[in-house]
Design a protein around this ligand. Structure first.
Ligand SMILES: Nc1ncnc2c1ncn2[C@@H]1O[C@H](COP(=O)(O)OP(=O)(O)O)[C@@H](O)[C@H]1O
Ligand SMILES: [Mg+2]
Length: 1023
């Protein structure tokens, strides 16, 4: 596709406005160049020119739709989707109504164009399930209406034989939410008559070809178009380009989509079949030339299908009922008259049914909610057509095209140029052909062709088509656009019949044959037939004819007048909307692809006014807007005009234009409007606006968010301050209470302190309690850790003196108890021994304190160290204790090392294997030690024992241990004496000496000059 797009770019010029020269030749050459490359679309500004390619082009896919969606008009190659999209987006942004005027002659591609646009909206608008059904219905209304309203003509195999204007309604979101169809003048005459090479409406052939056997049987039809007079006059019931059988299926399917139930569909096909049967009703003449019916079969089918009385129908088809003097007279018809009435009935039934169909479709696609909607209207009306023989229908159709051309001129060429003038924009007027003169010729009141025709129809007397022609000649004999056989010069006369009149339409000359003008304009149906139809059992027919009959008293308006007023209404309605144009061109007359008939194209380019349009476009301005509106939309794009412009709107717009960088020839300032020459300038502005809108929205959003956040913050802050002050208040109150309480407590405390000496009373009870508690608490943490610690006890306050003392005792007792409990049996023995030592020596011998910490042992000489002989001698006495000692001889005090062993009964002094002395405990009368820190022990032994030699002097390093053991073993506690100064020693009976003690620097033991043993002890420092 990408490459296809680039190809488009290269072939010719996409917008005629950009052509170098604005000649017809250049325009046609450009069209041709593009047509040859299948580029059928070209712009003149925003007008789309489309050339019918007569072949399927691959440019209408979903993909293509996506490409064009939301893209600026001139950014992509010309396409009908670009126009559709642009109309849609303009509608959304400006919230106004639009319409697309699709014009061109019959077969130029108008109907196809309108379908393409509808499809584009169906696919590209936002969708919901609900909307999809509305959309489907709108889309599916097309095949149904085409089946009933289109026919093959010489110009177009699918020619619209009715005018169609369809509104697509959009809500503010751009969703297609509903639609409405207006139909204009169906070419009913086709029901009964078709020119050579043409067909009746498609539906007849579709039914006969496609209807099921069953259905055909029910309707009394045969599967053979040739059987029906109404289908064979054109002699082309089958056409290669049309597949009636397939189309039948599509129509059946479409009928379902647009909610036609079986009853409705049944009635609809009964009407179609009844028309076919009517066409086959043939009359013969009786003797007087009056019409009579020989074969009733088809008539019976008609009466059967329409549910009317067969005899009554026959009567109405062959007699006219005339009311005279309260009597009814039946006047018989001639065959021709009967055929006329028959055809009139067929046309009326079909025509009414077509209108009913449109109404039914409108009911299903109508949007009933009342919210405001905008619309895009699609006008697809029969195109200008010229046949070999042109009748009333062509007159109406071409008149309609004349009116639409007039509308186009009004809206583009004329209005545009008038606007430039009114706005004071410098302007070189572009001359164009204004077809108003032709419109006036046709429709002017009292003077126009329509008036003349109506007059002839209504006037009493023998008015005929020819008298109508004469009247025309009288009235507009010298009108430049009107000519008749009689009025024409020789040359022209040759080309005309006597019953013709010729009009010089904007699109070319058309010669009309007046035959049938009056009848067709009168569209008469006799009352009795109408009444019969009102009683039809076919709901569609009875409904249609009853409503038609509502104002039966008044003479109904003629067909052309009705048509004229409906066109007037249409133009008024279109004038209120913004217009978009598609000009469809026929590439050739033979519906052939690839054929570009230059002459034909030139002709269309001319009469469609494309050249004039191009010139106006080139010289003019693509866009204009009232200053106020322009400013209102684009003011955010310039700081000087945003957010408010207080000055004149024009000045604001000027500032804006300068700020946007518009070049001087790109825009003009009119009296009330700004004119912008090129669409690209506007698109650039619009793009900037879109961006700015986005930025603004973001900014506003940010501002709003900020504002909200600020508000929130302020609220929070206020709340915080409030909470804070409340909290502070609460705190302060608490503080105050606390202080008041503290003052009370302190006062009480002081009071208590002052009165602490008194007995417990209200003033001091708490204080005392506090003192007590605090003392006890302190005491708890400062209790003496050992029994020996007598100093740590806290001094109690006076109230607790007694309790403290008790506690102290308790505590010590507890400690003792704990201590005692913790003592092992060995330790107990030790302590018992130490106790003994203490009771002997405490406070008496100087080095006693040192001994306290020295544990006592039972033996200081192992058994191995004691001589075996000695051991065996004393073993039986049990060795309790042994210690090495120094023994001082009694004679001379010589020191001798000895073992001192205590047994159960005696103490031994042992030297190697020799027991030097054995002292029985009984013989031991005393033991003396000094009060100093020496280790001298003197054993006083009784004289009674002859074996004893005298007192024993030893020096023992373990004096306290040794003596404690001895005192325990021999129970000699009380025998031990601590002596000061000297100890008397009996060496032999009767011979005494002494051991003298003193203190000195060095411990010494020596024999003094006085013969005494001198012991010098060092002073033991006491703690
Ligand atoms: N865009 C197109 N692409 C292909 N064929 C087209 C296109 N427009 C028209 N045609 C052909 O031309 C025929 C006539 O077109 P139609 O729209 O019915 O003409 P109009 O409504 O103007 O009388 C169509 O049946 C179709 O075959
Ligand atoms: Mg058409």
């Amino acid at each position: 596709m990408e490459s296809a797009l680039t190809a488009r770019d290269r072939v010719g010029i996409q917008d005629f406005v950009l052509l170098d020269e604005t000649t017809e030749a250049a325009v046609i050459s450009n069209l041709k160049k593009r047509f040859n490359k299948d580029l059928i679309y070209t712009y003149i500004g925003t007008l789309l020119v489309s050339v019918n390619p007569y072949k399927e082009l691959d440019i209408y896919s979903q993909k293509q739709m996506d490409v064009y969606m939301g893209v600026n008009f001139f950014e992509l190659p010309p396409h009908i989707y670009a126009l559709a999209d642009n109309a849609y987006h303009t509608m959304l942004t400006e919230f106004n109504n639009h319409f697309v005027l699709i014009s061109g002659e019959s077969g130029a591609g108008k109907t196809e164009a309108s379908k393409k646009i509808l499809q584009y909206y169906a696919v590209s608008c936002p969708s919901t399930t609900l909307l999809n059904t509305v959309r489907d219905k709108m889309l599916m209304s097309n095949p149904v209406l085409e089946a009933f309203g289109n026919a093959k003509t010489l110009k177009n195999d699918n020619s619209s034989r009715f005018g169609k204007y369809m509104d697509i309604q959009f809500d503010s979101q751009g969703d297609a939410v509903g639609g409405h169809i207006l139909n204009y003048l169906l070419e009913k005459s086709r029901v009964a008559h078709q020119n050579h090479g043409e067909r009746n409406f498609h539906i007849f052939y579709q039914l006969v070809e496609g209807g099921s056997d069953n259905l055909l049987q029910q309707l009394g039809l045969e599967r053979d178009c040739q059987r029906y007079n109404y289908l064979t006059q054109g002699q082309c019931a089958t056409v290669s380009s049309i597949n009636d059988r397939n189309d039948w299926k599509s129509v059946k399917n479409a009928l379902q989509v647009i909610d036609f139930d079986e009853t409705n569909t049944g009635h609809l096909f009964e009407v179609v079949a009844s028309v076919l049967h009517l066409g086959n009703v043939q009359f013969d003449a009786d003797g007087k030339g009056h019409a009579l019916l020989n074969d009733n079969t088809d008539l019976d089918w008609v009466s059967n299908l329409l549910g009317v009385d067969a005899n009554k129908l026959l009567e109405d088809l062959t007699f006219r009922k005339i009311e005279a003097k309260r009597e009814q007279v039946l006047s018989p018809f001639t065959i021709d008259h009967a055929i006329y009435v028959r055809d009139a009935l067929a046309k009326a039934i079909y025509g009414q049914t077509f209108t009913w169909l449109v109404n039914r479709i409108n009911e299903t696609i109508e949007n009933k909610d009342s919210s405001r909607k905008t619309v895009i209207g699609l006008l697809d009306i029969y195109g200008f057509e010229v046949f070999y023989v042109n009748s009333f229908e062509q007159f109406c159709i071409n008149y309609c095209n004349e009116k639409l051309q007039q509308l186009f001129i009004q809206l583009t060429l004329k209005a545009e140029q008038e606007e430039y003038e009114a706005e004071g924009i410098e302007w070189e007027p572009v001359l164009f052909f204004n077809n108003k003169i032709i419109c006036d010729l046709v429709e002017e009141k009292h003077r126009g062709i329509i008036s003349v025709l109506d007059e002839e129809c209504l006037r009493p007397g023998d008015a005929t088509d020819l008298t109508f022609l004469e009247r025309l000649e009288e009235k507009m004999g010298n009108h430049p656009h009107f000519v008749t056989h009689k009025l024409a010069d020789k040359m022209i006369r040759k080309t005309m019949e006597r019953g013709d009149f010729r009009l010089l339409h904007y699109a070319g000359e058309v010669t009309y044959c007046v035959v049938g003008f009056l009848d067709k304009n009168n569209d008469l149906l006799y009352r009795n037939i109408k009444d019969l139809m009102c009683r039809s059992k076919n709901a569609i027919v009875s409904e249609c004819f009853s409503s038609m009959d509502l104002d039966n008293k008044k003479r109904p308006e003629t067909v052309v007048t009705q048509f004229k007023s409906s066109l007037l209404k249409l133009t008024e309605m279109l004038m209120a909307k913004e217009a978009w144009y598609i000009r469809c061109l026929k590439s050739n007359e033979s519906k052939q692809q690839g054929q570009f008939d230059e002459a034909l194209i030139r002709h269309q380019v001319k009469y469609l006014g494309l050249m004039e349009h191009l010139r106006v476009r080139r010289a003019g301005f693509a866009y204009r807007r009232k200053y106020e509106d322009f400013l209102k939309r684009y003011k955010p794009l310039c700081p000087a005009t945003w957010p408010h412009w207080r000055g004149q709107p024009a000045d604001g717009v000027e500032l804006l234009a300068q700020h946007l960088g518009y070049l001087p020839d790109e825009y003009k300032m009119g009296r009330t409007k700004i004119f912008i020459r090129h669409p690209r300038t506007l698109y650039a502005t619009e793009d900037a606006y879109e961006k700015c809108k986005h930025d603004l929205a973001t900014r506003l959003q940010a501002k709003y968010k900020g504002y909200k956040a600020k508000g929130e913050f302020r609220k929070q802050k206020e709340a915080a301050t409030k909470i804070e002050s409340c909290w502070r208040g609460a705190q302060a109150r608490k503080e105050k209470e606390k202080r008041a309480w503290a003052v009370k407590v302190i006062k009480k405390f002081i009071n208590g302190y002052i009165n602490r000496g008194q007995a417990k009373n209200t003033d001091n009870s708490e204080y005392l309690a506090f003192v007590r508690q605090s003392y006890l608490n302190r005491l708890k943490n400062n209790l003496p850790k050992t029994v020996l610690d007598k100093t740590t006890w806290l001094t109690p306050p006076s109230v607790l003196t007694e309790a403290s003392e008790m506690l102290r005792k308790l505590h010590y007792r507890l400690m003792v108890r704990k201590y005692v409990r913790g003592i092992t049996p060995q330790k107990k023995v030790q302590l018992q021994m130490k106790f003994v030592t203490s009771s002997i020596f405490k406070g008496k011998k100087e080095n006693y304190p040192h001994s306290i910490t020295q544990p006592f042992v039972n033996s200081r000489i192992s058994d191995q160290e004691i001589n075996m002989g000695v051991l065996s001698m004393i073993r039986k006495e049990q060795i309790k204790y042994s210690v090495p000692v120094i023994k001082y001889d009694r004679n001379g005090f010589k020191p001798r090392p000895r073992q001192f062993i205590l047994t159960q009964t005696a103490a031994y002094v042992v030297e190697e294997a020799k027991i030097k002395q054995r002292v029985l405990y009984m013989s031991l009368k005393g033991i003396s030690v000094s009060n100093l820190s020496d280790g001298i022990i003197v054993f006083h032994i009784t004289r009674e024992d002859p074996k004893q030699k005298g007192d024993l002097i030893i020096q023992c390093d373990h004096l306290f241990e040794c003596l404690t053991q001895l005192s325990i073993i021999a129970n000699k506690q009380s025998a031990i004496k601590v002596v000061q100064g000297s100890i008397k020693v009996e060496i032999q009976p009767g011979k005494e000496t002494a051991v003298d003690f003193s203190t000195g620097q060095e411990p010494m033991v020596y024999k003094a000059k006085n013969g005494h043993l001198m012991v010098v002890a060092t002073r033991t420092r006491t703690r």
